[in-house]
Ligand binder design. Structure first.
Ligand code: DX5
Ligand code: ZN
Length: 231
């Protein structure tokens, strides 16, 4: 199979992060995003230990799952210490994908196994200072690698272009892998992400604050789609 054909097998997907949305009206915010063309919902879970902030946990995810129609894909970004602890509760709550940070666990392999046993897709995330090499031994066993493009913990931070070599090197070696970027991504920075080879795009503030969420999502999706077809 030619490289071009392989590349075409990756899909461009946009997953808005609801971190900076109105969390008191999360169900409506999520439904609005799905109507605007989101491919999935990126749900940021923070525990005040792994990152200096707290958001929500599995009880909220469970309510969201019950409330929102159309069974949207829930991509859990677990910015928590001891990520092993929440795998079963998150599965029970209706999560579809469980991304943990490799910096947060002593046994990433066990974490990967447990997520799979609980029938969720598996993601491993790395913070900006973590080199890409640490995830290489796990790539064959995971569905997605998340490259943070800000320090995890807060929405609305500045995109770190210097993370793009990580994306680029991963894409070069793994043409089929889902590579997700998260932090400061929006219409101004999407081109860098797309050119480097990211295909799963998390975008918080840029989508949430947009007057026309639909066109922002479409623009980013078209940009990534074009880059996939070009590479
Ligand atoms: C940061 C979170 C991100 C981020 C996305 O810790 O994981 O999902 O808030 O929001 P923006 O796009 O505003 O950086
Ligand atoms: Zn996130």
């Amino acid at each position: 199979m030619s490289t071009e054909t392989q590349r075409k097998r990756i899909e461009a997907k946009i997953g808005p992060s609801i971190l900076n949305a109105n969390l008191a009206d999360l169900g409506a915010e999520c439904e609005k995003l799905m109507k605007a063309g989101a491919d999935y919902l990126h749900l940021d879970v923070m525990d005040g230990h792994f990152v200096p902030n707290i958001t929500f946990g599995h009880p909220v995810v469970k309510c969201l799952r019950r409330q929102i129609g159309g069974k949207p894909f829930f991509d859990m970004h677990m910015m928590v210490a001891e990520p092993e602890k929440w795998i079963v509760p998150m599965y029970d709550a209706g999560a579809d994908q469980y991304t943990f940070h490799i910096e947060a666990t002593r046994d990433a392999a066990a974490c990967v196994r447990k997520i799979k046993e609980n029938q969720m897709k598996v993601g491993i995330g790395i913070k900006p200072k973590t080199p890409i090499d640490v995830v290489l031994p796990f790539i064959k066993d995971v569905d997605v690698i998340l490259i943070m493009t800000v320090e995890p913990g807060f929405g609305g931070q500045k995109f770190m272009s210097e993370m793009m070599p990580k994306v680029r090197s991963l894409r070069k070696e793994f043409p089929y892998l889902d590579i997700e970027v998260d932090g400061g991504v929006g219409p101004e920075t999407i081109i860098e992400c797309a050119d480097a080879g990211a295909n799963m795009i998390v975008s918080g503030t840029a989508v949430i604050q947009a007057d026309d969420q639909q066109s922002v999502i479409k623009y980013m999706k078209d940009t990534v789609h074009a880059a996939i077809n070009k590479q």
